[in-house]
Design a protein around this ligand. Structure first.
Ligand code: NAD
Length: 426
């Protein structure tokens, strides 16, 4: 029987995130000499759901939005992964993101499989009441396949604590009791974890600190460029600035901001919050996102969206360390050039795993009904990120592969072992 996931993946284009994920998977699977049966299983998602979501707009007319939830793998535990709202969400993108979650949870060794969801919409054009109705109806449509033991969503691009609160409430209405462990990234008052909002950025700080130790880079002399000023980029840049690093560039979707002597990140982000743009901020020069990515720096942290470093610009990338805050910011085709240029890559499935790690802590706290202090959360996050970074680094050195390949090999090896142990002949 032909199977598109196994047979036809080579026909995809460079900017297809599913292809980006799969070609790394294939490379790692080959090096691992992965059992062909396990290879076929892990290449396919377990379940995909497409839903059509009728939503009443504020003027009384109805729009029907398309939504997805993909569950890639359950070998290690319930599926885990965010929900994103964006006009360009596609099933391929959600599929890739779901698989990335499987590998990410395995790299940091937390007991989850991978899932992801998305709704094709432009949330900036929706009112709060429209967003709430859309979210509640989407939750009702996917209700049968999510739950604390099945699949636990979280925020992603353009979704936040408020959206998670609506998902939790809708699920709880159907369950007839409060089920806060059905989503993570909730407001702290509704069972969210302290430190979750900052967790992805904090995790990035920890892995950058480890990489700097390896290259003997002192924070004050380390020039960092961050693409994206949202949850990951904004908080990551703030924590790096507080830790004494020199953040020389940051951007949001329209503009980048550059100051070779270092930006006042809290002031720049405060300005962005108030004016919705960096335009007019006096502490730096306005540049484009394309120019920002090509700045001469020690650490480049793409923390916005996919496909930012491609065959079109990779030759001009000048960083020494590439730390991937976003999921899939580098295409597979660009990897080869980075390798040739000697760029040390901290791959997304390791670098941005701080978010899912604290999501795991949130789920644990919800199931215990006992909540941890923020210092305790941050300390445990640091343990996980530092030990995972060093596990991947040792694996890379031992097998003479780069960090991305090592992270995939480590993750696939773990998921393959668990799949075999559970038995694949149902
Ligand atoms: P966000 O919506 O809070 O912020 C996104 C930022 O990127 C904004 O500043 C936006 O202006 C900018 N941006 C969006 N599209 C852009 C483009 N085409 N070019 C340049 N800038 C652009 O989202 P986020 O939660 O910070 O997520 C960013 C990335 O990190 C995504 O890839 C997401 O999947 C990934 N991620 C998020 C988390 C998390 O905990 N939020 C965890 C792991 C990975």
């Amino acid at each position: 029987m032909p199977n598109a996931f196994v047979d036809d993946a080579r026909n995809f284009k460079e900017d297809n995130p599913f292809e980006s994920m799969m070609s790394r998977f294939d490379n790692a699977a080959k090096l691992l000499d992965l059992d062909p049966n396990i290879y076929r299983i892990l290449r396919c998602p377990t379940r995909e759901m497409t839903v059509y979501i009728p939503t009443m707009m504020d003027d009384g007319h109805y729009e029907v939005f398309v939504g997805y939830r993909v569950q890639h793998n359950f070998a290690r535990g319930p599926a885990k992964g965010g929900i994103r709202y964006a006009p360009d969400v596609t099933l391929d993108e959600v599929r890739a993101l779901a698989a990335w979650m499987t590998w990410k949870c395995a790299v940091v060794n937390i007991p989850y499989g991978g899932g992801k969801g998305g709704i094709v919409c432009d949330p900036h054009k929706l009112s709060m009441t429209e967003l709430e109705r859309l979210t509640r109806r989407y939750t009702s449509e996917i209700l049968d396949i999510i739950g604390p033991e099945r699949d636990v969503p979280a925020p992603d691009m353009n979704t936040n604590e408020q959206v998670m609160a609506w998902v939790m409430d809708t699920y709880s209405m159907h369950a007839r009791h409060t089920v806060n462990a059905v989503v993570t990234g909730k407001p702290v008052e509704l069972g969210g974890s302290r430190g979750r909002r900052e967790a992805t950025g904090r995790g990035l700080l920890f892995v950058i600190q480890e990489a700097c130790k390896k290259f003997d880079l002192k924070p004050a002399e380390t020039r960092i460029v961050v693409q994206g000023a949202g949850n990951v980029g904004g908080i990551g840049a703030t924590l790096l600035h507080e830790a004494g690093f020199k953040v020389i560039g940051i951007s949001e979707i329209r503009h980048g901001l550059y100051n070779p002597n270092g930006l006042d990140i809290p002031a720049a982000l405060d300005y962005l919050r108030k004016h919705k743009t960096f335009e007019g901020f006096e502490g730096g020069e306005l540049i484009t996102n394309a120019e920002l990515l090509e700045l001469d720096c020690d650490v480049l942290m793409p923390a916005a969206t996919e496909n930012q470093i491609t065959t079109q610009n990779v030759e001009r990338i000048k960083c020494r360390i590439l730390c991937e805050g976003a999921n899939g910011p580098t295409t597979a085709a660009a990897d080869e050039v980075l390798e040739r240029k000697g760029v040390f890559v901290i791959p997304d499935i390791l670098a941005n795993a701080g978010g899912v790690t604290v999501s795991y802590f949130e789920w644990v706290q919800n199931r215990m009904g006992f909540f941890w202090k923020e210092d305790f959360v941050n300390e445990r996050l640091q343990d996980t990120m530092v030990s995972s970074f060093n596990d991947v680094l040792s694996y890379a050195e031992k097998h003479k592969v780069n960090m991305r390949t090592a992270a995939y090999m480590l993750a696939i090896d773990r998921v393959a072992y668990e799949t075999k142990m559970r038995g694949i002949y149902a």
